[in-house]
Design a protein around this ligand. Structure first.
Ligand code: ATP
Ligand code: MG
Length: 575
């Protein structure tokens, strides 16, 4: 491809709304442009990267035994009503009506459509297992589309769905996909980590996410420094420690009420009383989807994990109750609330169990209790693991490890679904005895367009993008310092042709621009190898080969250039 014939609208200015480096660089380097919130045009260079990633994904999915198909983007509401997700999915599901007033939606994911396809076309156990996948545009009307391609409303996903006669076979395929995903992300040159995950709106009971490690990642993940355990913090278990043995020679001091005028938050009261946050018990009131108010207790230095709270309460949704509702129901102003005498159902985190000399609100404006002895002074209806894991927590799996925290970008997720969809939608097969059985299912997604952003987050410097070779739009950029000079032009054109013949993906910068502009642009768009052709070098019969990642340069005799480049690419692909 010739630069002069390619639409690469580079910009000098960083877009004002761009917060993360991948968004800034992809816009500046002429890869993408936003046309509406979270909806982007992919320019030719971006599409090349996307196609490269898709090719790796297709090769590995095919190798793993999956078959590609293509489902429609729009789906009729009836299928979503059958699964129950028409009601559950909320505003992320973009719904519309056709001219006959029939309800439709744009697919955010395709469990319903694929389950329908399979129930209409698979009858017998002999036709199972199958794994069907597609690469397609998805639409999710995200509350906060942001970070460029990282969280769009319209984005490209590879989604796969597998169908089995029994749990064991489904679990085998889950592992097969897990290994396939590892190969895909490695081949794309990403540094990633598989972590245990919650199943969210998709459902099911077992799941892993593949997280690209990057400071700008929206997900918090924990990993053990002593074993393989790693989890999304939403899912990370916290090992409960039994309360310290009671020293009976030392009775707890009497419960004491102290004045804390105007001080409501843990840091404010901690500062006033000169006590550490981990001696506090925080009381948070949540409203469940059933409309109940529930008080949840955690230590002052911990945070509630709403997912765990939901599970413990057995409800679909919990939201922090608004202050007026709390005061109306309890007569207490939040900020001065505590468990002693509180007229609400109370659930408490395990670390609250057995706390002594603790501090909480006294359920009276401007007062807190100190010297609380949990076992003596109040009894919650349940103790459970309710908090977010933090760095330094003991590993829930091994005896000696400690948890570390990282940020991650979720680029893929695998789910074991069981019969969640097949039972609701009547997707069955006939077993060897002719009995009708529900099909076991798994599903497996990869965010193709999000991977483009994740790759840039991990691979850039102050001057621009540094593509991993396997997903770069081109492997080599041939850059004659002055394209108007015949000698340089001829040498560049010849090398360009020769590299193409050798099967190298190459772009020629044939623009009539100053060398400084060309070098800057070359760094910005991030092609891994650059060949500079200048008069001085040519006089010696050499070109300069530069590696974008480390900036190293080699003078290579013109006659050896193709061979050297081909070898370098082969090495990089292997290594
Ligand atoms: P998230 O938690 O980031 O919202 P998700 O868990 O809802 O994502 P899945 O349903 O697991 O997403 O979808 C499969 C993959 O699609 C994700 O792993 C992610 O890489 C990608 N993806 C999901 N939402 C978006 C989005 N808004 N923009 C770009 N890619 C996305
Ligand atoms: Mg996910």
């Amino acid at each position: 491809m010739r630069w002069s014939k390619t639409l690469i609208p580079t910009l000098k200015e960083v877009p004002a709304d761009a917060e993360v480096v991948s968004h800034k660089l992809l816009v500046r380097a002429g890869y993408i442009r936003q046309i509406s919130r979270g909806i982007y045009d992919y320019f030719p260079l971006a599409l090349k990267v996307i196609r490269k990633i898709e090719t790796i994904v297709r090769q590995e999915m095919d190798r793993a035994g999956a078959q590609e198909l293509l489902l429609p983007i729009s789906s009729p509401a009836e299928l979503w009503q059958e699964s129950g997700r028409w009601e559950v999915y909320g505003k992320e599901l973009l719904r519309f009506k056709d001219r006959h007033e029939r309800d439709f939606c744009l697919g955010p994911t395709h469990e319903e459509l694929i389950t329908d396809l399979v129930r209409r076309s698979v009858r017998s156990y002999r036709e199972l297992p199958i794994n069907l996948y597609q690469v397609q545009t998805k639409f999710r009307d995200e509350v906060r589309p942001r970070f460029g391609l990282m969280r769009g409303r319209e984005f490209i996903m590879k989604d796969a769905y597998s169908f089995h006669t029994d749990v064991e076979d489904c679990r085998r395929e889950y592992d097969n996909m897990y290994q396939t995903y590892k190969r895909i992300f490695s081949r794309c040159g990403l540094s990633y980590r598989p972590v245990e995950a919650d199943t969210g709106a998709i459902g099911g009971s077992l799941s892993h996410e593949f997280q690209v490690l990057a400071a700008s990642g929206e997900d918090a993940i924990v990993s053990c420094d002593g074993c393989e355990y790693a989890a999304n913090v939403e899912k990370a278990e916290v090992k409960g420690r039994p309360p310290a043995a009671r020293d009976i020679s030392q009775e707890s001091p009497k419960l004491n009420k102290v004045a804390t005028p105007g001080k409501k938050t843990v840091p404010e009261v901690a500062e006033l009383l000169k006590l550490p946050a981990n001696q506090f018990i925080k009381t948070l009131v949540y409203k469940t989807d059933g409309g109940d108010l529930i008080a949840a207790l955690v230590r002052g230095d911990h945070e509630i994990n709403e997912l765990k709270l939901r599970t413990v309460l057995g409800c679909r949704e919990v939201t922090l109750a608004d202050e007026t509702a709390v005061t109306a129901a309890t007569g207490v102003v939040p900020g001065y609330m505590g468990p002693i005498g509180l007229q609400l159902r109370i659930v408490a985190d395990l670390s609250v169990h057995g706390m002594r000399a603790a501090v909480t609100g006294a359920n009276e404006v401007n007062f807190h209790y100190i010297d609380i002895d949990q076992e003596r002074d109040f009894t919650p209806s349940a103790f459970a693991d309710l908090r977010l894991a933090v760095a330094g927590d003991p590993c829930p799996r091994c005896a000696s490890g400690k948890l570390q925290t990282h940020r991650g970008i979720e680029v893929g997720q695998v789910f074991y679904l069981g019969t969640k969809y097949s039972e609701k939608m009547g997707a069955t097969y006939l077993d060897a005895e002719g009995r009708e059985q529900a099909i076991e299912m798994g599903c497996y997604g990869i965010g193709i367009s999000r991977m483009v952003a994740a790759a840039v987050e991990q691979n850039h410097d102050a001057n621009g993008i540094i593509w991993p070779l396997s997903i770069a739009p081109f492997q080599v950029l041939v850059l004659p310092i002055n394209y108007k000079e015949e000698k340089l032009r001829d040498a560049a054109e010849k090398l360009y042709r020769d590299l193409q013949h050798a099967g190298v993906e190459v772009m020629l910068d044939d623009r009539d621009e100053r060398p400084g502009v060309k070098f800057k642009d070359a760094d910005l768009i991030g092609i891994p190898l650059r060949v500079t052709i200048g008069a001085k070098g040519l006089d010696k019969g050499c070109i300069e080969l530069r590696t974008r990642r480390d900036g190293t340069t080699d003078d290579v005799p013109l006659g050896d250039a193709v061979k050297t480049i081909v070898e370098k690419i082969a090495q990089a692909v292997q290594g």
